[in-house]
Design a protein around this ligand. Sequence first.
Ligand SMILES: [Zn+2]
Ligand SMILES: [Zn+2]
Length: 264
Amino acid sequence: MLIDSHCHPNSEALRQDARGLMDRARDAGVGRFLIVGCDLDDSREAVDMAHQFTGYGTWAAVGIHPHEAARYDAASLPQALRDLAGDGCVAALGEIGLDYYYDHSPRETQRKFFEMQLAWAAEENKPVVLHIRDAMPDALAILRDFAGKVPLLFHCYSGGLEFLDEVLDMGGLCALGGAVTWKNSHELREVAVRLPADRLLLETDCPYMAPVPFRGKTNEPAYVRYVYETVAKVRGVSEDELAAQIERNAAAFFGWGEGELPHV
Ligand SMILES: [Zn+2]
Ligand SMILES: [Zn+2]
């Protein structure tokens, strides 16, 4: 079974054809999906979709992305978002983090929301899906207080070899996506080789980050198989062996149990 540990079928670009893309993913062997929210409405939609497509193996993550943080009152998290975390299909909080590449929200606001949501994850006893871009030193400084209390998944890991040891010391997992297949991503493939087998997850982040041979096109969960193909090749393992390892890693991290039927 393949797993797309980070996808946005709830996004504007994909939602129209959600049923079609879930069918194509199932045909490609994808049996688990984490549908990720980026703001309150998007998170609500992630939860709705996880229920709508439960038979396909869907779960949801809810949270406020650093891009969207400035749209909310920084005094506290919206109660409606907190309520969503109690839904049985919510396996993680996210995506949360810091993005200093786009700076869509002021950095101070991003850090505030990041800390609030990490504290929330500790209270809820849920793992977090991290979005960190061009902000590893600040992110790690904040995460040090939560390591060991909150399971950490560095989605679309872009910290390179420079930050890998510290991420691993914190017990973090790294999720690699389409970028690992791109021609110039030599360092990311080196990361894929160096990651301990039990710290690795794979994802699409669709509709973005399409792997070769679809680079630049709209991504979808079925294409996660190209990520598996590349990572199996560089690690020198069979695709079946890699798939079995990823299935164990995801089950342990998200707490959804290997082979178990999804929530209902
Ligand atoms: Zn992200
Ligand atoms: Zn994402």
